[in-house]
Design a protein. Structure first.
Length: 282
């Protein structure tokens, strides 16, 4: 990444020269928000939805983004033109700023980074994921903050249980994975996902629309027991799109292979994204 450029506040600078002062509240208190979108063949995927969520998160944390959605898209366009990466991940970050006392909110710092991504993630769909559950509820769950304390702290716990990621729950009701949303498919082929206590992902929203063309969908409480006994399960995220969940807490979900409903939804989402790439946004 050293030869790439980064957007810091109002300037494009080499990544090797980009910096923030240690007095920033992101460093002092872990206070800040971000959003992450990807590009395929130089085309941002679902940029409107990502930027709307970025601005929503900024408002939730009382941070002034200082830019409209259109101005943010302009910054992204400048960075893309400078770095010339066809397939990439673009991360927008807004920090608490250089606080005089390490506590008071001040003018935020704004950063955009771009890094190369490889597509597709070969073999991941067929391999699937295995999750382990853990009782936890994120603070301000509908805000995409930079706080990933629990997710990082749990990494040894996840590895010790031969899992790929963690699924949070509280009182037996599941919510989300740290970087993805969770869905189950019932025996009646209903596609269900939790509604409360989660960050509503951009791909989550697209999947609900795609699935609704063929299947009944629902946003409602989902219990751990329902997840253990689901016909199918899968996660959705910006980088991975749709990935089957083949096991949870050491229990096999369904027949332990990607299911027909999950496969249909994945293909439908893939076609939606291909349509965007054929009609570039910027």
């Amino acid at each position: 990444m050293s030869d790439l450029f980064v957007f810091v506040n109002h300037d494009l600078v080499p990544a090797s020269e980009a910096s923030l002062l240690v007095s920033d509240l992101a460093i002092q208190r872990g206070y800040g928000i971000f959003d992450f979108l990807k590009t395929i063949d130089h085309t941002p995927i679902f940029p409107d939805e990502h930027l709307e969520r970025f601005l929503h998160s900024a408002r939730q944390l009382r941070l002034d983004a200082g830019r409209t959605k259109e101005e943010l898209l302009g910054c992204i366009r400048l960075l893309m033109e400078k770095n010339k990466l066809p397939h990439s991940g673009i991360k927008l970050t807004l920090t608490g700023g250089y606080s005089p006392d390490g506590y008071a909110l001040i003018k935020p710092n704004f950063v955009i980074t771009q890094s190369p991504l490889q597509f597709p993630l070969t073999g991941l769909f067929e391999k699937g994921l295995r999750l382990v559950s853990y009782p936890h509820q994120r603070q301000m769950p509908d805000t995409k903050t930079i706080d990933y304390l629990m997710a990082i702290w749990l990494q040894p716990y996840i590895r010790e249980r031969n899992a790929d990621d963690v699924l949070y729950h509280q009182g037996g009701l599941i919510s989300e994975c740290p970087r993805s949303n969770f869905f189950i498919v019932t025996n009646e082929d209903e596609v269900v996902t939790p509604f409360e206590g989660i960050l509503k992902g951009v791909i989550r929203g697209k999947v609900l629309k795609v699935a609704g063309r063929q299947f009944k969908t629902a946003e409602r409480p989902v219990t751990l027991e329902e997840a253990w006994n689901a016909k199918e399960a899968f996660i959705t995220s910006t980088t991975k799109h749709v990935v089957p969940v083949l096991g949870l807490d050491g229990r096999i979900i369904g027949d332990g292979a990607p299911g027909k409903v999950t496969r249909w939804i994945s293909e439908g989402l893939g076609n939606l994204v291909k349509g965007l790439v054929q009609r570039p946004y910027v």
